[in-house]
Design a protein around this ligand. Structure first.
Ligand code: BG6
Length: 465
C-alpha cells in the first residue's frame, strides 16, 4: 500500500533523465499529496554530493524542466532528500548502505525500497548485481528500469535473467512512458466504452493504422546514449511497439490492471518479425557534426516501418510506424484510418475518415469526417472535430508522474512485461542482421528519407507534405 514508509533510491540521481523527467515527477507527486507520509528520496551517483547540493540540483531541475517551486513547499520537500555518493557497485557500495541503515534507525523500522535505475542501459546489469550482492532486494522492494531494457533478444534474456535472480516479476517495473500518456490510455478506454469506436476497431473497417512520432529535436547533449542506441531502440521497437500493442490488443477479461497488462503484452507475440524490405532508416544531414558522435556513425536517427500483426482482427492491416529526430514538425499521433465507405460516396479521398489520438501534452482525440460542403451544391468537404482531454476534467498528470504513482501503489498495468518484451525483441531481431537497410541521409528539418513515403500506399502519411 502507498502509505508504507518508502524510500526511492534514485540511481543516476544527478543524471539527465532524472533532471528532465524523474525529479519533476516525484516533486509533482509531493505537491499533489500523493507520496507516502513517510517518504525519503535518496539520490545515488559517483560524485560526493551533499543533501543540500542535491536539493539545490532538484530545485534547478524543476525550474528548468517544470516550473520554479514555491519556497516554503520546496523547503518541506527538501527535508526528505539526501544523497549517498561514492557510486554503488558489487565490490564497493559507496555510502548507500550506511544511508539506508541510518534512515531505518531514524524511523525505527524497515522501509519499502524503490530502486529507480535512472541510468543508461549499460549500467542496469552492474547496478542490479550490486543491489543483490548487498541484500537490498527485500521481498517488499521494487525495482524500476528505464528503456531500452536490452538491445537484442540475447541481451534482453541475459538482463532479464539477472533481474529475475534478484526480483520476482511482480517487483519489477519496466518503464515505457508512452504508456503513461493520457491519450494512450484512452486508446483502450474509448474503444471499450463506446460502440462508435469499439465496433469498427478491426480489419473490416480500418485500412491502416499510423503511429507517427516525428520530432524537431536533434539529439542535444545525449550523443553517448543516442549514438549507441539509435531511433529503432530509442523509439520504434520500444515506445511505438507498445503503442501499437495498445491499439491492437484483444478485449481483456476485465479492466483490472493484470488483465489489461496481459492483453497488451500478449498481442505482441502476434507481431510479425519486421521485414527489412519494409523498413526505411535515415540519418539527418548534420548528425555526424554532433559532438560525441562517431565520425563514420551509421546510427539511424529516423526509422519508418510497416508492421503486420497476425491476429484475426488485424490480418492485412498495415501498422505504419515512423519516428525521427530533426524533422520538420513535432507530433505524436496514432491514427486509425477507415476504409472507403460502401455506396455512392465510395470514391472519397482515402484518409478522409479517421480517428486520431494526439498523444502530446494533455492529449486529444480528433475525428476526421467528410461532411456536406455548406452551400448550394451537395458536395463533400473534409472536416474534423476535436476533443481536448484537458477539457474533460482537470488533474491530468505528466506520464512519469502517473507511472511513478503506479509504482508506489503497486499497479503494474502500464508497465511492460517479460513476455511482451521478449516478443518485441523477436519482432525487432531481423533489424540486427546483415539484411538491415542502409541509412539514407535526409535533410535537416525535413520529413525524412523520401522512400519512407512508399511504405504507406495511397494514403500517404497523414502528417507531412
Ligand atoms: C524518450 C526518448 O524516451 O522519449 C527521446 O529517449 C524522445 O529520444 C522522448 O525524445 C520523447 O518523449 P516525450 O516526453 O516527448 O513524449
Amino acid at each position: 500500500p502507498i502509505d508504507d514508509p518508502t524510500a526511492i533510491i534514485l540511481y543516476g540521481g544527478t543524471g539527465d533523465l532524472a533532471k528532465r523527467m524523474v525529479l519533476p515527477a516525484i516533486y509533482e507527486l509531493f505537491t499533489r499529496g500523493l507520496l507516502p507520509d513517510q517518504f525519503r528520496l535518496i539520490g545515488n551517483g559517483r560524485g560526493d554530493v551533499s543533501a543540500e547540493e542535491f536539493a539545490k540540483h532538484i530545485r534547478d531541475s524543476l525550474t528548468e524542466f517544470s516550473s520554479a517551486p514555491d519556497d516554503d513547499e520546496f523547503a518541506e520537500f527538501a527535508k526528505n532528500v539526501s544523497f549517498a555518493g561514492g557510486g554503488f557497485r558489487e565490490d564497493d557500495p559507496g555510502t548507500l548502505l550506511d544511508a539506508i541503515k541510518q534512515l531505518e534507525e531514524e524511523l525505527g523500522h524497515k522501509v519499502q525500497l524503490v530502486h529507480y535505475l535512472s541510468l543508461p542501459p549499460v549500467a542496469f546489469e552492474p547496478t542490479t548485481k550490486a543491489i543483490k550482492a548487498h541484500g537490498l532486494n527485500y521481498d517488499t522492494a521494487k525495482a524500476v528500469y528505464e528503456k531500452p531494457y536490452g538491445t537484442s533478444l540475447e541481451s534482453f534474456h541475459a538482463l532479464d535473467d539477472l533481474v529475475h535472480s534478484a526480483f520476482d516479476e511482480e517487483q519489477i517495473y519496466r518503464i515505457d512512458h508512452f504508456l503513461g500518456k493520457e491519450a494512450t490510455q484512452n486508446l483502450y478506454l474509448t474503444r471499450f466504452a463506446n460502440r462508435l469506436f469499439g465496433d469498427v476497431w478491426n480489419r473490416r473497417h480500418i485500412a491502416q493504422v499510423q503511429i507517427d512520432v516525428p520530432e524537431t529535436l536533434d539529439i542535444a547533449d545525449r550523443a553517448d546514449f543516442y549514438d549507441a542506441t539509435g531511433a529503432m531502440l530509442d523509439m520504434l521497437a520500444t515506445h511505438l511497439f507498445q503503442v501499437a500493442a495498445e491499439v491492437a490488443l484483444e478485449p481483456p477479461l476485465s479492466m483490472d490492471p493484470e488483465d489489461v497488462q496481459a492483453a497488451r503484452e500478449s498481442v505482441i507475440a502476434a507481431f510479425r518479425p519486421l521485414d527489412p524490405k519494409e523498413v526505411v532508416l535515415g540519418q539527418y544531414a548534420s548528425y555526424l557534426d554532433t559532438e560525441g558522435v562517431e565520425k563514420d556513425s551509421k546510427t539511424e536517427t529516423f526509422a519508418a516501418a510497416r508492421l503486420w500483426i497476425d491476429t484475426d482482427r488485424w490480418r492485412g492491416v498495415p501498422f505504419l510506424l515512423r519516428t525521427g529526430k530533426m524533422m520538420k514538425e513535432s507530433a505524436q499521433k496514432v491514427s486509425l484510418i477507415f476504409k472507403p465507405s460502401d455506396g455512392p460516396l465510395d470514391h472519397i479521398h482515402p484518409d478522409a475518415n479517421a480517428i486520431v489520438f494526439d498523444l502530446k501534452g494533455n492529449g486529444a482525440i480528433d475525428i476526421r469526417l467528410t461532411v456536406k460542403k455548406p452551400g448550394p451544391d451537395p458536395l463533400p468537404a473534409e472536416s474534423a472535430t476535436s476533443l481536448s482531454l484537458a477539457n474533460v476534467a482537470p488533474g491530468s498528470m505528466a506520464p512519469y508522474t502517473s507511472l511513478i504513482h503506479d509504482v508506489l501503489s503497486g499497479n503494474r498495468m502500464l508497465f511492460t512485461s517479460s513476455t511482451g518484451l521478449e516478443s518485441a525483441f523477436q519482432a525487432f531481431q531481423p533489424m540486427l542482421t546483415d539484411a538491415r537497410p542502409q541509412v539514407e541521409i535526409y535533410d535537416d528539418h525535413s520529413w525524412g528519407p523520401p522512400s519512407a513515403k512508399e511504405l504507406t500506399g495511397p494514403c500517404g502519411w497523414l502528417l507531412g507534405d
